[in-house]
Design a protein around this ligand. Sequence first.
Ligand code: AMP
Ligand code: GLY
Length: 419
Amino acid sequence: MNVLVVGNGAREHAIAWKLSQSPSVCHIYVAPGNAGTHFIATNVPIGAEDIAALIDFASNNAIDLTVVGPEAPLAAGIVDSFTASGLPAFGPSQAAARIEGSKSFAKTLMADCSIPTAASETFTDFEQASAYLATCSIPIVIKADGLAAGKGVTVAQTREQAQDAIRESMLDRAFGDAGDHVLIEECLEGQEVSVFAFVDGEYVSPMVAACDYKRVGDDDIGPNTGGMGSFSPPLPHHWNADIEALVRASIMEPVTKGLIDIGCPYRGILYLGMMHTEEGPKVVEFNCRLGDPETQVILPRLKSDLAENLHATAHGQLRDTQIEWDDRACVGVVAASGGYPAAYSTGYPIEGITEIDYEAIVFHAGTKLQDDEIVTAGGRVLTVSALGDTHEQARVRAYDGINRITFKDGFHRTDIAKH
Ligand code: AMP
Ligand code: GLY
């Protein structure tokens, strides 16, 4: 197979890295990729959302499977467009991707399928939303309905904060059309767990779970980011065979069936953002793709052949393929540019990547090659991941790796997987 991976983050580097281990994979292209994917694949200078150019490239280069990393092209219908051109692509259709692209769609679906989730109301009118807010207890969660590049959710600790979030979304239109509809949602308490399954339309594969760290600073201090680190599996009291069985029966299988019933079967990776509450697992959100930085800690644990697994998922043959997860733990730590998630500078040389011990893996995100040198090119620069027999062993290895990598003003959290 010739494979095209769409995206440029550490998630896509990890996908390309895992695919490069598949005997059935002949050549890997990444569009647009980064300095890390350059060394294991051919980078193609096409943006992840330029669907027409990606179709041209796939047609002209005998691509047998296109794997889409980020949500935006999925929500824009990239898989439908590829399919219409006779090109196989991995990921849900535009209709099924609404599970992430429209939070009100996801809420209605969950209500129809009796799936446990936070209570929520959707509003299109600012005054009505504000009047409803006045009746709610605090903390409360305000969400823009559509895709907002990870910035559309406010977990408000005060009424003023909640009111500001509604105003920002509905009146200031900070997220454009994505924020014209707003959800006001009950705040769930508990440990958040990211759960992933391959779904081939009908069948839900064995799941894998991870925890990520969203705040920029140690002890969860500071603003939200795209994710500063992750570990997999979660601790046993938040993820075990009983919880997996419950999640399968009460969430993953009902939602898969619900999507069939409304005429848009889901094929791809289904990502459940789950809150492990005192009342049991509840849905925070669904995403239509792999997570970042979770991918960097789950793919090192995938023992089966990723290319085969993706191919079987896209062709509705998941029952006949084996998806197997390693029992070992994996920890990933993100190195970011000084200032991130606010303004930061780029273009700084990155030292030490070749000093990494064989036990750790470096997945690039915001990096690029400049005159044969790897330099920073984004907020999240790279993830160092490591496997270990225990979380502690994996953590020590990942930190040993990240401490060898330096670039001007770079930083990382020091408490990832420090339980
Ligand atoms: P989302 O953009 O839907 O991924 O939400 C971003 C983050 O906000 C989630 O990962 C949670 O940490 C938090 N969040 C979203 N909804 C809720 C909720 N109902 N209760 C508590 N936290 C939430
Ligand atoms: N780790 C959060 C996300 O990928 O959306």
